[in-house]
Design a protein around this ligand. Structure first.
Ligand code: GRF
Length: 217
């Protein structure tokens, strides 16, 4: 089986990118990151990629007259890499429907909440304000609905006494670094199928919440 070709899109620190790089270097993920694209020139994730010897590309969204034109340039760039999988790792742009449609079933995102709860921003603050006892992160396929799309993996994080936004965010982030490489490992091993009826892992239909990693996993 040939190595899957992965393009990662970032806008910032790229700690999830780093976790994926580490999982590839350790041999867990049978894939290769062929390019990292950032819409921000100063994204630290570009440094992480360069340190790992991965080609990088900066596409400045502000240089394009419309979202569609920016997305079209990204699509051209990604397709020139013959990507099998597009991984959004802290990519802070809303994507046009044509772009999302083009990568249907082969584009993943990670979101810092137990979707469908808390789509959008400030998820940690909202979970605390609601008095939830659990929070977490979700890896999902990208569809037109913002932070929608079928769920592949969720990692649960307990909310503990005296948690604040930062402490909770840090613990969720640590779990993201487990959940995202795991999801990509499965996809690269051809263990995941994306179908109209749902997501299959090892030929078994996953529940709507995806595969759930408990506190200790
Ligand atoms: C993560 O919290 C992720 O859930 C969200 O953006 C953040 C990216 O963090 N989509 P990093 O750049 O990978 O450190």
């Amino acid at each position: 089986m040939s190595l899957k070709r992965i393009v990662v899109l970032i806008s910032g620190s790229g700690s999830n990118l780093q976790a994926i790089i580490d999982a590839i270097e350790s041999g867990r993920i049978r894939g290769q990151i062929v390019q990292v694209i950032s819409n921000k020139a100063d994204a630290y994730g570009l440094v992480r990629a360069a340190n790992a010897g991965i080609p990088t590309c900066h596409i400045d969204h502000k240089a394009y007259a419309s979202r569609e034109e920016f997305d079209e340039e990204m699509r051209r760039t990604i397709d020139s890499q013959q990507a099998d999988l597009v991984v959004l790792a802290g990519f802070m742009r809303i994507l046009s429907s044509a772009f999302v449609e083009h990568y249907s079933g082969r584009m993943l995102n990670i979101h810092p909440s137990l979707l469908p709860k808390y789509k959008g921003l400030h998820t940690h603050q909202r979970a605390l304000a609601a008095g939830d006892c659990e929070h977490g992160c979700t890896v999902h396929f990208v569809t037109e609905e913002l932070d929608g799309g079928p769920l592949l993996v969720q990692a649960i994080v307990p909310i503990i006494d005296n948690d604040n936004e930062l402490s909770l965010q840090n613990r969720v982030h640590a779990r993201e670094h487990i959940a995202y490489p795991l999801a990509i490992e499965w996809i690269c091993a051809d263990r995941v199928r994306f179908e109209a009826s749902g997501i299959y892992l090892n030929d078994e239909l996953l529940p709507a919440c995806g595969f759930r990693l408990g506190y200790e996993a």
